[in-house]
Design a binder for this molecule. Structure first.
Ligand code: PHE
Length: 338
């Protein structure tokens, strides 16, 4: 009997020491201390022993039990340490590996040109105003002295939404909206999207304009020339020749279109400037007295100039882009060049 207890004890401790995982350790515990274990069987059979042997064997079994429990406890600590190390090793990340890298974007060429134009006028003391892209016929046309059956309406191929609601064909309606609400002196620029029923290599149904106007007492055509010449030189280069050409707009009188020497041939004549040596950049003029009347100003007392330019066109000329669609397709191979 004694021998048997010793054997069980030794075998149990050996198995415990050799177990490699918490799971197999738990199996060993059930096998050597569980309800069906050999030790428990022995305890149960104590009654069959002669009474003088019972205490001795009983205490041997208890000692064995304690020794096995102790072995289980210490092996458990060792195995928990090992398993934790394995888990940490498996979860390890190499923080020195190169990252995925975030690709850096840049602003769209239209955004760049718009920002540059705004900056120049802000430095000259102009303020920014905005207006809606869905306009009424009044602000887009009538208020600007473009009367219903006048042929000049054909200058703007208009997208109508309803009878008197349309997509604004230019940023000039902002002139009326601002002047209706504010008294002179005013120096305003109005950047924004405009729409025309037009589509080819140089015309997109949606494009961008920058409107500007200045109203005060005694504003002259000389002021218009000075401001626009300074703007164009900052935009295209200080040496760039600039010229003012008589033109017609219903809301300005007199009116002028402003050209800069061709960005490609600088005046010699080429395909881009249609052999003229000049590129048309903007429309301008002295604000028509009828416009002042429409906003309730006294046309005898105030005077002012206004201008409007196409930002897409300026971007195309500055960067040598030959198709306006490139500005709207968002092809990264194109955009990454800016
Ligand atoms: N609104 C005109 C256009 O779109 C441009 C312009 C603005 C001309 C202001 C004169 C004064 O063609």
């Amino acid at each position: 009997m004694e021998e048997k207890v010793r054997q069980i004890r030794e075998q149990a401790i050996k198995v415990i020491h050799e177990s490699q995982s918490l799971a197999s350790l738990d199996e060993a515990r059930i096998r050597y201390l569980g309800k069906k274990s050999a030790l428990l069987e022995l305890l149960k059979s104590l009654g069959t022993l002669p009474s003088e042997e019972r205490p001795k064997i009983g205490s041997l079994v208890n000692e064995a039990k304690e020794a096995i429990e102790q072995a289980l406890r210490s092996r458990k600590i060792v195995l928990m340490g090992i398993e934790q190390k394995q888990r940490i090793a498996a979860e390890k990340i190499d923080v020195t590996l190169p990252g995925k890298g975030i690709r850096r974007g840049s602003s769209h060429p239209l955004t760049q040109v718009m920002a540059e134009a705004k900056d120049i006028f802000l430095r000259l003391g102009f303020e920014i105003a905005e207006g809606p892209e869905i306009e009424t016929e009044y602000y887009n046309f009538d208020g600007l002295n473009i009367l219903p059956h006048h042929p000049s309406r054909d200058m703007w191929s208009t997208f109508f939404i309803k009878d008197d609601v349309l997509l604004r064909t230019h940023t000039s309606p902002v002139q009326i909206r601002v002047m209706e609400k504010h008294k002179p002196p005013l120096a305003i620029i109005a950047p924004g999207r405009v729409y025309r029923c037009d589509s080819d290599a140089t015309h997109s149904p949606v494009f961008h304009q920058l409107e500007g106007f200045l109203v005060d007492n005694k504003v002259t055509f000389g002021d218009l020339k000075g401001v626009l010449t300074d703007f164009l030189r900052q935009m295209f280069g200080q040496e760039k020749p600039v010229r003012f050409r008589p033109s017609y707009f219903p809301f300005t009188e007199p009116s002028a279109e402003v050209d800069v020497a061709c960005v490609l041939c600088n005046g010699k004549g080429c395909r881009l400037c249609k052999e003229t040596g000049w590129l048309e950049i903007l429309g301008s003029g002295m604000i028509d007295p009828n416009v002042f009347k429409a906003v309730g100003y006294d046309a005898e007392k105030v005077s002012g100039f206004a201008f409007g330019m196409g930002i897409d066109r300026i971007a195309m000329l500055k960067y040598g882009i030959d198709n306006i669609r490139l500005l709207y397709e968002n092809d990264l191979r194109f955009l990454e060049q800016f």
